[in-house]
Design a protein around this ligand. Structure first.
Ligand code: ATP
Ligand code: MG
Length: 306
């Protein structure tokens, strides 16, 4: 297969591993810088141009679209879809997963476990919002945050109220969430490829910290997940319409609750923690899927509603 790897930087660990895995399985892999793709969207024959030339035909596209380039990246990916190219994760699924509120609403509709989560606009509604998520301690999250930045633990209702007021005053979009204390600063990352969890790791927050992000000093280790956690992760990826996803769970007293579903999960942490060749499994999945005949160009696979 001739594979396009949509990525801004060929030196990133995940990009390098996917190139390696693709080439070692006999494919050619070209790294295409997402932001250097441009296109005439109204043309009768959809195509993509790149650094002055029309891009060649690809059998499959692996999107690795960073949060900061979601909008443009998804437009590029959509153009590949219009050209009938097989894409590992499609643009609608990626857009859906990048919106934290939309994702949680969608997961909730599928009956999946979530921390109690509230969202409000008016400062007048803050006291009731706090009651709605069962009061402090609670977690306040900036919708645009990543790597743990913008996630605040408020230990008292008073602290919660003033932090929410401050965020609202800055016109920042936030959600307020029940604090899953019993998770003890740990979360579980499940890597879903197709309809399987191919690897999972536990991330434990550093001493005195509740956020388990590796960027915040968290440490990763292998973990055995329960059948319920496994099926929750698979159903979550499916609900989002993602074929490859990193599903983050917390172990709560009422079973696994989903924090987030990531459409471009990093491979470094999970490959290092588990010693598994995840990049190889992704390419293997791509080989199987891309070889299934598709009906016609412009027809993406059926997508879940929302
Ligand atoms: N409701 C909660 N209860 C307990 N701990 C939580 C809760 N929400 C978040 N955390 C902790 O804080 C960390 C960061 O939260 P979250 O993953 O929601 O934001 P983020 O990492 O900044 O965003 P992204 O994952 O999109 O980069 C989590 O990994 C988890 O350890
Ligand atoms: Mg996170």
């Amino acid at each position: 297969m001739h594979i396009a790897l949509l990525s801004r930087n060929r030196n990133l660990y995940s990009t390098r591993r996917l190139i390696e895995a693709g080439e070692s399985r006999g494919h050619s892999v070209r790294v295409v810088d997402t932001l250097r793709c441009y296109m005439n969207i109204a043309s009768h024959r959809p195509s993509i141009h790149y650094k002055g030339q029309e891009l060649e035909h690809f059998d499959a596209v692996i999107p690795r679209i960073g949060a900061s380039v979601t909008f443009y990246g998804c437009a590029v990916l959509r153009q590949f879809e219009m050209m009938g190219t097989y894409v590992l994760n499609d643009s609608v699924a990626i857009t859906r997963s990048r919106d934290k509120l939309r994702s949680l609403q969608l997961l909730s509709r599928k009956g999946l476990g979530l921390p109690i989560t509230g969202f409000a606009h008016s400062p007048d509604d803050i006291p009731d919002l706090i009651t709605m998520v069962k009061g402090a301690p609670l977690v306040i999250k900036l919708l645009e945050g990543t790597q743990g930045i913008g996630v605040v633990l408020a230990e008292t209702n008073q602290a919660a109220e003033s932090v929410i007021q401050a965020f609202m005053g800055m016109k920042a979009n936030i959600m307020v969430q029940e604090y899953i204390k019993e998770a003890k600063g740990a979360d579980i990352r499940c890597l879903v490829v197709g309809d399987k969890v191919v690897a999972s790791m536990k991330r434990q927050a550093a001493e005195g910290e509740f956020r388990s992000n590796l960027h915040r000093g968290g440490s990763a280790s292998v973990i055995r997940i329960t059948p319920e956690e496994r099926s929750t992760a698979i159903r979550a990826a499916k609900a989002m319409g993602l074929r490859v996803a990193g599903v983050d769970l917390l172990r709560s007293n009422h079973g696994p609750v989903i924090m987030e579903v990531n459409s471009s999960p990093g491979l470094q942490g999970i490959e290092t923690a588990t010693g598994k060749d995840i990049a190889g499994l992704i390419i293997e999945h791509l080989e199987k899927q891309a070889s299934i005949p598709r009906k016609a160009p412009n027809k993406a696979p059926p997508k879940p509603k929302g």
